[in-house]
Design a binder for this molecule. Structure first.
Ligand code: KG4
Ligand code: ZN
Length: 325
């Protein structure tokens, strides 16, 4: 079965073909121009998707040929509404004219499926989806059956990296830039608070404000120490809560996915603590941590195999939850 996947949920135009779980193509067109605004401009993102979607899909389908596609999928939410509409409408139109089954994928479920791209993971497991738009702690009972154990009550972890990067006058997106700066700093130089919440929830807006005030009150602050201390506080919060939840659930496997899971220190810390508790730990290859359409096609294949398809009247939904009500 060959599936075309499309994701235009934020600022990456991505398309991919997957054959029975094997990646045939993975095209990601990143809209780098947002960096000059210090964040994603939703209206400009949507217009740029419109400009790039045809070429991106053509590139992804090149090794396969349109005639050999068995079905088509696209992200319908959560994400930026204008951006989502471009990929979703394109995918629906292509399915309609080619008379192929169509499936609309939840972007967060896509990030969970990114863990399956190169790993054979047995369910159940605890999955931390940690990106620029989401921080969700999910108990994956089996593929398609999830329980949300916790989530951020304010900023997503990646969003806090991006906001702190802006305060430090680093480029957007800020995660990678903070990680590089933190390499040269002392992670225990400054104690930044990261709220510990009940029910495995997270909060990252307090730490962002703490960094802002620290920089205001310490005009000669060593920014490498600020980056390293901030990064450590976020990593501590993510690892403490995830392992607390996994131990409570007696889970023997943990996975992390989403853009922030590219962070080497985060990956290393998860690996170390997992070893201590004899828990198996997985994360996707870095190219599949950030937004991509391979994870969308893979997720869709799971549903196509079960005979599940989406109606053409499904709407883009910027705030849809992982769990269908
Ligand atoms: O998954 P993704 O591409 O998009 C969303 O679904 O949100 O994640 C993008 C986020 C950005 O906030 C970016 O700063 C963060 O992932 N990120 C990182 C790193 N690389 C990307 N955060 C921390 N460390 C990194 N190395
Ligand atoms: Zn994402």
């Amino acid at each position: 079965m060959i599936t075309l996947g499309i994701d235009t949920s934020c600022d990456d135009t991505s398309a991919s073909c997957v054959k029975d779980g094997k990646v045939l193509s993975n095209i990601v067109f990143s809209q780098v121009f947002h960096s000059k605004y210090g964040g994603v401009m939703p209206e400009l993102a949507a217009r740029d998707h419109l400009k790039n979607i045809t070429l991106t899909v053509e590139e992804a389908v090149k090794p396969v040929g349109f005639d050999n596609l068995d079905n088509i999928s696209a992200t319908y939410g959560p994400g930026l509404i204008g951006s989502l509409l471009v990929g979703l409408s394109f995918a629906k139109s292509l399915s309609y004219i080619r008379n192929l089954p169509f499936y609309a994928v939840n972007h967060i479920e896509g990030h969970i499926f990114s863990l399956f791209i190169e790993n054979k993971i047995s369910c159940p497991f605890v999955c931390l989806v940690v990106s620029g738009g989401h921080t969700e702690l999910v108990y994956v009972k089996k593929r398609g059956d999830y329980k949300i154990m916790g989530r951020t009550l304010d900023d997503a972890a990646g969003e806090s990296f991006d906001k702190v990067a802006r305060m430090l006058k680093l480029s957007y997106p800020g995660g990678q830039a903070i990680e590089e700066l933190a390499e040269k700093g002392n992670p225990i130089a400054i104690k930044f608070p990261c709220s510990k919440l009940k029910n495995y929830n997270f909060s990252f807006s307090g730490i962002k404000t703490a960094v802002l005030y620290y920089l205001k009150n310490n005009l000669n602050a060593e920014i490498t120490d600020v980056a390293a201390s901030f990064q450590k506080a976020v990593i501590d919060s993510l690892t403490n809560t995830t392992f607390e939840c996994a131990l409570k659930l007696k889970a023997n496997t943990i996975g992390i996915s989403g853009g922030v899971s590219r962070n080497n220190k985060l990956r290393k810390r998860f690996m170390e603590i997992s070893k201590q508790h004899r828990i198996k730990f997985y994360c996707p290859e870095k190219e599949f941590c950030t937004d991509n359409a391979v994870m969308i096609a893979l997720c869709a294949q799971h549903y196509f195999k079960k005979g599940i398809i989406s109606p053409f009247n499904i709407k883009a939904n910027s705030r849809v939850s992982l769990i269908k009500n």
